[in-house]
Write a protein that binds this ligand. Structure first.
Ligand code: 0GZ
Length: 311
């Protein structure tokens, strides 16, 4: 790993937790060509300013630092997801993609005013999806007709839509999600409340959503965000976030061909602790318990979605 977090000209949100320097080497050996399918770059703010409409100001997390983590953990490639602190200004994302030597693809945030040429430029840089965010603490509301219009424009490019929402909001968003004309990838399992039973009505609704929509995939990421009881991936703990495991394992085993995993580095907005990313990788074999499931989750699925010509 190289470097320490900086903050440049911006003042971080009070209480901000910086990403973990000096992560462990995972004990779990990632298979060849494994993809970290959800991570972000922040700034650096001095070069790529944070968006005026942002809801938080992070520490910087540069492309070099992300690529150093990738190599340290043993991933071959990254999918970099536009972070809300950059709004619809995708310059930091595009710069990271261009400097990845083909080892990163991206998911952008766009507005309806984007031109066809700008979409083509994003495609050339390696963008393969757009993100629609419904988490109220992160973004202001965007009208659904605007989102549907964007989805209709990116569909012919072969892109997909990434959606981020809270489990309690799924009933209200169901019809809108059903109308999306592309592959749809859900961030962080649709944020289940893991204090509720894994076979209870809330999580069952999410499973039903995936069962009834074969175009819907799920990232089984972010146990560090969803966990209530821990234990955190710190201090050598290689059996972390046990309360999240049954939820992620259920999705992996029910929909093995429609799941992705990512670190979520640099883990924006965590409050209690910042995980050791090496120990976070050691969470994977607890949710994908066979070599076959690990191969699909980490290699086959993300390569099929993001590098289809190489898969
Ligand atoms: O839960 C979060 O705070 C969060 C935020 C962002 C973002 O700001 O883009 O992305 C994520 O994947 C998760």
């Amino acid at each position: 790993m190289s470097g320490k977090p900086t903050t440049g000209p911006f003042e971080k949100t009070p209480g901000w937790l910086d990403w973990y320097t000096g992560p462990s080497k995972p004990q779990f050996q990632l298979p060849p060509n494994a993809v970290d399918a959800h991570c972000h770059v922040f700034g650096p703010g001095a070069q790529f300013p944070y968006a005026p409409e942002r809801k938080y100001t992070p520490c910087d997390a540069s492309a070099e630092q992300l690529f150093a983590l990738r190599d340290h953990l043993g991933f071959a490639k990254n999918v970099i997801v536009q972070a809300t602190c950059h709004g619809a200004d995708n310059r930091a994302l595009v710069d990271a993609l261009k400097r990845s030597n083909g080892k990163a693809k991206g998911v952008a945030t766009v507005k309806r005013s984007i031109s066809d040429q700008e979409l083509q430029d994003l495609h050339a840089a390696g963008v393969r999806g757009v993100r629609f965010n419904f988490v109220k603490r992160l973004v202001d509301f965007t009208p659904k007709d605007e989102l549907l219009e964007i989805a209709g424009r990116i569909a012919p490019l072969g892109w997909h839509v990434v959606i981020y929402f809270e489990a309690v909001d799924l009933p209200e968003l169901w019809d809108f999600f059903s109308a999306l004309p592309t592959t749809v990838v859900v961030d962080h399992m649709g944020r289940p409340d893991v204090t509720k039973p894994v076979d209870g009505p809330e999580f069952e609704l999410f499973l039903k959503f995936m069962r009834e929509h074969t175009n819907v995939w799920s990232k089984v990421s972010c146990p560090e965000r969803l966990s209530v009881a821990g234990p955190p991936a710190l201090n050598g703990e290689r059996n972390a976030y046990r309360d999240v495991v049954p939820f992620a394992r259920k999705i992996v085993e029910t929909f093995p061909d429609r799941v992705l995993w990512g670190t979520d580095w640099p883990h924006p907005n965590l409050k209690g602790h910042m995980p050791d990313d090496g120990l976070l990788v050691d969470y994977i074999p607890h949710i994908a318990v066979t070599k076959e499931l690990q191969q699909k989750l980490l290699v086959d699925n993300p390569n099929r979605l993001y590098w289809p010509n190489e898969a």
